[in-house]
Design a protein around this ligand. Sequence first.
Ligand code: NDP
Ligand code: HEM
Length: 491
Amino acid sequence: MDKSKLTAQNGAPISDDNNSISVGSRGPLTFDNWQLMEKLAHFNRERIPERIVHARGYGAYGTFRLTKDLSEFSCAKFLQNTGKETPVFARFSTVAGGQDSGDYVRDVRGFALKFYTEEGNWDMVGNNTPVFFLRDPQKFPDFIHSQKKDPKTNLPNPAHHFEFWANNPQSLHQITILMSDRGIPFSLRHINGYSSHTLSLWNDAKKRYWVKWHFKTNQGIKTLNNEQAAQMPAHGMQEDLVQSIQNGDFPTWTVHLQIMPEHEAIDYKINPFDLTKVWPHSDYPLIEIGQLELNRNVGNYFSETEQATFSPANVVPGTGVSPDKMLQARLFAYGDAHRYRVGANHNQLPVNAPQCPVNHYQKDGAMAGMCPYHNNTPNPQNASVNFYPNDRTENGAPAHTPEISEPEMIVNEANIGKYDSRDEDNFSQAGELFRLMTPKQQDFLTGNIADGLSYASPYAQERMISFFQQADPLYGSLVEEKLLNVLETTV
Ligand code: NDP
Ligand code: HEM
């Protein structure tokens, strides 16, 4: 293929790409300026909507190597046989900022992984924190609105952050992590990743286990304080990731699971499906199962990182979800976002395409069956029959596989309704985290909170202090004392 000739989109060589066609050297342009029109029109369409959250992202490819056979817990093929390797695409992100926002903000980091398994893509769409601000998805858009820019000024507004949190005590555990020294990572190589949610595995005998995934950085946790972060170049984390991979200094994570047999969830002292809580390690120890390595940069940021579409609904046989309400809502939200942001056939793009045969009876839609994108998989839409069931399965038309049906899930008899979780235990685990911090970390945490809280209304300040107090009396009194100091010095 001759790559030296500049062409138009139809492949035809272009004689002059510097000058438009005009009537005389000073003249108006003519309508046959198709090359100019194509160039301008395509330019106008270079952007797709950015992600509504996690817009600023950083992607890389890598490998997951299983170091412990998990056939006891799951029939998923990528979890069988020690030493098994599965290709992976990873995307890290910040949550609240736009696509070109700064890298060193105090924010949760997204930690999303796509495992291209031989049975389809399994996505682990987690964060660098083991819990989240909410346990009910009905609150998610309000929460995000409060953390993003003020609708009037288009600036971040700490008063809104704390006004939301003062109305939602369930956020306290996650606030304690966000405001701690871990709130601003030194780099993406120095963060842990967590499924945060309880997910599930199930084995050949149709026995289910609840699991939480932990990806512990082998580079060690490394963080920045506010002053150090302010000195960093706006997009230094992007550079750090690209450079380290380019230099062969591949970041790695040790992968662990916490595993709970299905029936233990019924009587466990904590609701294991509450996303604001962890399972203490003393109850469910970490079991090491693998290594994740990132070892290849993307070839094109837009095609790969920007158009990557991760979804918690991407499960494969032997893996599953859980009754966690937040997770249940996410099963809808991501596919919907992808169809809007990238298009109905987003799964046909190379970064999203499963690295196994894809056969279904879904049809057409924008950009369907783009052959160049299907070098590694058959076009899923080329079956000569487009309905199911049909009479042609004996001749090779795709048929379903009843053996891989997921075990039924037991749901306790309960009334359907809206259940207010406001008065559940919102504080114990925030207190536990506070107590395991060194006095220096506690000082940093409470000083940080006091700075932000000083922008909130006195009413919100009062409620927040009472929440911190309920987590740990020292936590509450340190925040209160530091808040008074900040307020006095800013009067
Ligand atoms: P453990 O003492 O067994 O574990 C404490 C955990 O806290 C370690 O995983 C440690 O991570 C992590 N940690 C330390 N500082 C911070 C911080 N500033 N932000 C986030 N995590 C931090 O305790 P338990 O399992 O009994 O849990 C106690 C508390 O620890 C929980 O309430 C929770 O806040 C926190 N935690 C618990 C996790 C879990 O899955 N059980 C996971 C992460 C945090 P590391 O080893 O990387 O230093
Ligand atoms: C991205 C919704 C909670 C992690 C997104 C996107 C949406 C969304 C719409 C953009 C998707 C896209 O355009 O490709 C929600 C809803 C939630 C929720 C409705 C709760 C009800 C969570 C939680 C986590 C999480 C709890 C982590 C445990 C992520 C990550 C991304 C993301 C990592 C970026 C994925 C990528 O890199 O493309 N979320 N989210 N989200 N979310 Fe959530």
